[in-house]
Design a protein around this ligand. Structure first.
Ligand code: GAP
Length: 472
């Protein structure tokens, strides 16, 4: 099974220390969340798995880590200043403020529904203002300058992608890369979302894992989108998401972002409780064909029909010189853009399972892929008042720790300790008992089958590495 709804994961997260509502002691901050001891491990594991898969295991991708605050001109020429808007509407009766497109999507009566037919979710009225554009970039001021000094205005980046485009030549020349190749970046992005919500699905501060894949512009690269869709479907299902909980959505032309010629969204079933199948899914990530839009926009060379430079502010030409063909051009780009938080939520929802013990007690088991599990092994002494057992258990923990995240726990009876580890997704528990002192073996208990196996203490590390699929 998967989690029946997001709420189930919210309460598990709070109960066990994955994710907490942020600033709770001051009444919270709408839709901001803090990651606890297990959440930070899980998020780090998601990012590490992604980075390993793209940057280490492929031969055609480099990584970067650019600034969150970039020169404001980046956002002018990327056209985010002009176009990164959501349509905002107010309810005249209760002054509630919403995103018009989301209202129609969520509460409209099927295909072709319009805003007039939607009742205000807060007060039930049908009295909307005209939709107006609302720019989603979060503003800040740099330096000790007057608040209204326009020169001090800067934005927190709304996507990591631009930090890649402006570094395209830096990366290409320093690594001597030839096309095709990609540049990956993971990091925080910020959007002043009108209606954040649904736990960590839509927040104003979130993390992205983006990759820009640069290719020759000889042809339209619509099929490269399919290639990356397939790669990511493999990545997500390989790490545990069930195929039936994923769905591919070809974004219609009229809904494409300003830079995209084709986008396919991979959607996840975040809302299985909704009766209509089409409303159960929300975007997990998108794969967009951005053409040469961004590299051209940031270049000082491209000229319009009258021969006037379109970007008089840039000092560089981000074109690429193909040595073999002796040609200069702007590469085209296909961009798989995914979210750390949405991925983490999907992995948790899909891993959620319930099982009943012989005594009829319900247990939650989080069947996370071992690569993602926050803790790989829990070492549990069967008698915490027996110093030899405790010392052997501590020695086992110390030996495993350098190669896998291991914890030691003696704060309850064995049934309770197993239940606790099952609920947080620990793939293996290792128990040290009286017998261990004699035969120098321990019991390894499998989270998913609850099956137990006796393993020599001296072979434990290798045994667990194999079962966890740990790679260095
Ligand atoms: N560079 C392209 C880009 O940013 P996007 O579809 O707007 O594309 C990519 O964002 C991914 O970032 C989304 O699929 C989602 O996983 C994540 N994301 C976007 N906005 C988010 C938000 N407000 N909260 C959480 N994740 C978000």
């Amino acid at each position: 099974m998967a989690a029946p709804n997001i709420e189930t994961v919210v309460s598990l997260s709070k109960r066990r220390g994955f994710v907490f509502p942020s600033s709770e002691i001051y009444g919270g901050l709408g839709s901001a969340w803090d990651y606890g001891p297990l959440g930070v491990e899980l998020a780090n594991n998601v990012k590490r798995a992604w980075w390993r898969w793209l940057v280490y295991e492929r031969d055609d991708i480099e990584g970067v880590d650019s600034s969150i605050i970039l020169n404001r001109l980046v956002w002018k020429y990327s056209e985010h200043e002009a176009t990164f808007n959501d349509p905002l509407v107010d309810c005249r009766k209760c002054q509630g403020r919403f995103r018009a497109d989301k209202l129609v999507e969520e509460f409209g009566a099927g295909e072709g529904a319009d805003l007039a037919s939607v009742a205000c979710p807060k007060c039930g009225a049908h009295d909307w203002t005209e939709p107006r554009p609302f720019n989603m970039m979060l503003e800040t001021r740099l330096g000790a300058v007057a608040e209204d000094d326009p020169a001090s205005l800067a934005y927190l980046r709304p996507e990591t992608a631009q930090g890649i485009f402006i570094n395209f030549l830096n990366v290409q020349t320093t690594t001597r890369r030839k096309l095709p190749f990609g540049i990956a970046q993971v990091g925080k992005s910020f959007r002043n979302e009108v209606t954040p919500g649904n736990f960590i699905l839509r927040t104003r501060e979130f993390e992205q894992m983006e990759m820009e894949y640069f290719v020759r512009p000889d042809a339209e690269h619509f099929q490269l989108v399919d290639y990356w869709v397939e790669q990511y479907m493999g990545w997500y299902t390989g790490l545990g998401l069930a195929r039936e909980n994923l769905y591919l959505y070809e974004v219609p032309q009229e809904k494409l972002a300003h830079y995209s010629r084709r986008t396919v969204d991979i959607m996840y079933r975040y809302f299985p409780e909704r009766p209509e199948a089409e409303r159960q899914f929300e975007e997990l990530m998108g794969i967009a064909y951005r053409t040469d839009f961004d590299l051209r926009q940031h270049s000082n060379k491209p000229e319009d029909a009258e021969g006037k430079r379109r970007n008089p502010d840039s000092t560089a030409d981000l074109s690429y010189f193909d040595e073999a063909a002796k040609e200069r051009f702007y590469p085209h780009v296909v961009e798989p853009a995914s979210g750390v938080n949405r991925s983490l939520l999907a992995f948790m929802m899909d891993a959620y399972d319930e099982r009943t013990t012989d005594k009829g007690e319900k247990r939650v088991v989080l069947k996370l892929h071992p690569e993602l599990a926050p803790i790989k092994v829990a070492v549990l002494p069967l008698a915490k008042n027996k110093p030899e057992i405790v010392s052997m258990a501590r020695a086992v923990k110390a030996e495993l720790q350098p190669s896998m995240r291991t914890v030691y726990d003696d704060t309850g009876g064995i049934g309770k300790l197993y239940a606790r580890q099952d609920e947080i997704g620990t793939p293996f528990c290792v128990t040290v008992d009286h017998q261990s002192l004699e035969d120098e073996a321990v019991t390894v208990r499998d989270r998913d089958t609850w099956g137990q196996e006796r393993v020599k203490a001296s072979e434990l590390g290798e045994y667990l590495k194999k079962r966890l699929g740990i790679r260095c």
